[in-house]
Write a protein that binds this ligand. Structure first.
Ligand SMILES: C[S@@+](CC[C@H](N)C(=O)[O-])C[C@H]1O[C@@H](n2cnc3c(N)ncnc32)[C@H](O)[C@@H]1O
Length: 227
């Protein structure tokens, strides 16, 4: 089993509680992501990349009850929790797999993701993922990502760290928990600057590229496939 899969299988039970505690702007970030899905269709076909415990799909279903959603995640434990959470909703398909290795054969109106793509190891592989997302979108379809972003300077890196630490401490997180959190981030997170993301999206053909929300090291950005 890959280290990443092992990590998320172990995290699954506690994920919902932890994300609220460790990422105080999580709800706001998710709200922005959901608001940014165009309402061109009542029953859009949507792919949730790295769906985890199903939080993003749940909010999407609240906004678009008729949406047909595919939840893709590498961790079977995460998928099991998502299935329980979303059992009252219809038209949700669950796929266990690595999104960097999964051939996306269906066309979607929207491909969305939250806190997952920054685990892709290199910019080269991230751009490859963007290309496969682009190819899997309908013309007019959108890609939206809410994720962790790398600072573009040493000064900003320190600033982002300082703010993240202040925010979680206000949330009651202890200094010991912060060092454990930082250790896990070092092990599992490979974020890229927002500037690189914009460039990579442009490189693979996306248009209407935009940063919809940004709070220090977190951002929601997106783009449209126009042709
Ligand atoms: C931090 S969780 C976020 C879950 C959910 N999107 C949310 O915001 O609540 C990241 C999820 O991405 C999944 N993931 C990470 N890398 C993946 C990959 N290469 N293929 C599929 N899923 C992946 C993990 O298993 C985990 O469930």
């Amino acid at each position: 089993m890959s280290d990443l899969k092992k990590h998320f299988n172990e995290e699954a039970q506690e994920f919902d509680q932890r994300v609220q505690r460790n990422l105080p702007k999580y709800d706001q970030m998710v709200e922005v992501l959901i608001n940014a899905i165009p309402d061109a269709k009542e029953n859009p076909k949507i792919l949730d990349l790295g769906c985890g415990t199903g939080n993003i799909t749940e909010k999407t279903k609240e906004r678009f009850p008729e949406a047909r959603i595919t939840c893709l995640d590498i961790s079977e434990n995460m998928i099991e929790i998502a299935k329980d959470k979303l059992e009252d909703y219809e038209d949700i398909e669950y796929v266990i797999g690595d999104f960097t290795q999964t051939e996306l054969t269906t066309k979607y109106d929207a491909i969305i993701s939250s806190l997952a793509l920054h685990h892709i190891p290199t910019d080269e592989e991230k751009e490859k993922m963007y290309k496969s997302i682009y190819d899997a979108l309908e013309i007019g379809g959108v890609f939206l990502n809410a994720d962790v972003i790398k600072a573009n300077s040493k000064y900003n890196e320190k600033l982002y760290e300082k703010i993240a630490q202040r925010d979680v401490m206000e949330n009651g997180v202890t200094a010991e928990e912060i060092s454990e959190m930082n250790r896990k981030r070092e092990e599992n997170d490979i974020p890229t600057t927002i500037y690189m993301h914009m460039k990579m999206l442009e490189n693979v053909g996306f248009q209407e590229i935009d940063i919809i929300w940004k709070y220090y090291a977190n951002a929601v950005y997106g783009a449209t496939r126009k042709d």
